[in-house]
Design a protein around this ligand. Structure first.
Ligand code: NAD
Length: 477
């Protein structure tokens, strides 16, 4: 399969003619050859988006709404094809891409289609015989940069709200998994998106991504990816004073109190961390357990982990596929070795098998807060279980929960509503789940506290970040 750049609703080679190979993570064999977009290709894409902006931003919002709604319908019409493509490219189980990735992508277009006609300004009661009102206006060209764990869904999360309010987009998909972004761009063209409104530049982060970040005609970078990359982007964006939103990493605590439905909580803790092979920014990778129920929780989690079915991503029975790349597998295996070396007890998993990039779901207990596996984001199938004491349990859990540089998400399991809401307010994280985990909706704001980033995606919140306010003063005297 050969995948090219998408500019002006056309598939084009990179100007250099260079390409990159991308493997099938389940086999290690080449899956596709991508165009290796560079600065000159980003220039073409940004110029095309800039040229499309005046007409797109002034288009009747009802028409933008219709195009985005049609995009959602076409995503659903192509569900099996998109699910297969996403599973082939990322290694995620087809059952998940069919039930979650593709339907949630369609939902994202349906939800933001409605906003095209609903975002309003205000009239403001100022001093004097004056009519003062605000106009909420699009920013211009948005540079969207996404990672490989949910490429289709994250592409939709960036594209749909940006287009709804009249921006144009240049998307830089991840080099490991670009195919669904390119197919989505074709689908949007079929839905009626005019040429130039969405462009996709495949290539490397340091080349195509970096060129987008320092491009003078890109008004904002909306980035999802690693915290270290976020730091590089923030520095690079200073040159053009670009607006930024950064959705970065996490090391999210999933907290189980003794008064919870312990069996349900322990079973849910398995999917909280291992969903998508643990390659989930909100993965419940630190399971914090009240000491009096520790043994029961560890036993249930270990049994649930051992029961997970690893296999071919295209087999509907598979619950866990391979990791996305050989480099990522090696990184995860390195962390498992660190857990062993630092003295944690490995209770399940640890092995890596080929020829694809498979890593067994791995559980460590007896983890202390100082260990690397308790502090650093592994972004793979590795769970660290840490106990907290029974006396003053809410305070102890809160302190342990906040003891990382991240603040993306947290889970709380308890039957005591006072405890649940007290802790929900106390924890420094952008999302808190109570007696559930990993729930998302296009309508609900999502983003990080602390070094998990800033800015919000989804909901009304993202639209405010993709627009700017103009204050208009009319003399009525
Ligand atoms: P990454 O930061 O390496 O890459 C993400 C994207 O940035 C890719 O498209 C890459 O090509 C690009 N990039 C890399 N260097 C760049 C540069 N110098 N300039 C511009 N672009 C550059 O991340 P990854 O390994 O693909 O993904 C894993 C990370 O993403 C994890 O840390 C995870 O927590 C995070 N993530 C966060 C969220 C969230 O919503 N907070 C969601 C999913 C993943």
């Amino acid at each position: 399969m050969i995948a090219k750049l998408w500019i002006q609703n056309q598939s084009l080679d990179a100007l250099s003619g260079e390409t990159l190979d991308t493997p099938n993570p389940a086999t290690g064999q080449r899956l596709a050859t991508l165009a290796r977009g560079k600065r000159e290709d980003v220039d073409r894409a940004v110029a095309s988006a800039k040229a499309a902006f005046p007409a797109w931003s002034r288009m009747d919002p009802n028409e933008r709404q219709r195009i985005l709604w049609r995009a959602g319908e076409l995503v659903l019409a192509h569900l099996p094809e998109l699910a297969r493509l996403e599973s082939l490219d990322t290694g995620k189980p087809i059952a998940n891409s069919t039930a979650i990735d593709v339907p949630r992508t369609a939902d994202t277009f349906f939800y933001f289609a409605g906003w095209a006609t609903k975002l309003t300004g205000e009239t403001i009661p100022v001093r004097g015989p004056i009519l003062n009102y605000t106009l909420r206006e699009p920013l211009g060209v948005i540079g969207a940069i996404i990672p490989w764990n949910f490429p289709l869904l994250l592409a939709a999360r960036k594209i749909a709200p940006a287009l709804a309010v009249g921006n144009c987009v240049v998307l830089k998909p991840p080099e490991e998994a670009s195919l669904s972004s390119l197919r989505l761009a074709e689908i949007l063209a079929e839905a009626g998106l005019p040429p130039g409104v969405l462009n996709v530049i495949t290539g490397l982060g340091e080349e195509a991504g970096a060129a987008l970040v320092d491009h003078v005609d890109v008004a904002k970078i909306s980035f999802t990816g690693g915290t270290d990359t976020g730091r590089i982007i923030m520095r690079a964006a200073a040159g053009t004073l670009k607006k930024l939103s950064l959705e970065l990493g996490g090391k999210s605590p999933n907290i189980v109190f003794a008064d919870a439905d312990v069996d349900t909580a322990a079973k849910a803790a398995v999917s909280a961390v291992f969903y998508n092979q643990g390659q989930l920014c909100t993965a419940g990778s630190r399971l914090l357990v009240q000491r009096s129920i520790l043994d029961q929780v560890v036993d249930t989690v270990v049994a649930g982990t051992r029961a997970l079915v690893l296999g071919d991503p295209l087999d509907p029975k598979t619950q866990m596929g391979p990791l996305v790349s050989a480099a990522h597998r090696d990184r995860v295996v390195h962390y498992i070795g660190k857990g062993d070396a630092e003295g944690a007890s490995r209770r399940a998993g640890g092995g890596a098998t080929g020829p694809g990039y498979y890593v067994e779901p791995t559980v460590f207990s007896d983890v202390s807060g100082a260990m690397a596996i308790a502090r650093e984001e592994i972004f793979g199938p590795v769970l660290a279980i840490l106990p907290f004491d029974d006396d003053d349990a809410v305070e102890k859990a809160a302190r342990l929960a906040d003891a990382t540089e991240f603040g993306l998400a947290a889970g709380i399991w308890t039957r005591d509503i006072r405890k649940a809401h007290t802790l929900a307010a106390r924890i420094r994280a952008g999302t808190v789940w109570i007696n559930t985990y990993n729930r998302f909706d296009a309508a609900s704001p999502y983003g990080g506290y602390k070094q998990s980033g800033f800015g919000r995606e989804n909901g009304r919140a993202v639209l405010e970040e993709l627009t700017q306010l103009k204050s208009v003063w009319v003399n009525l005297a």
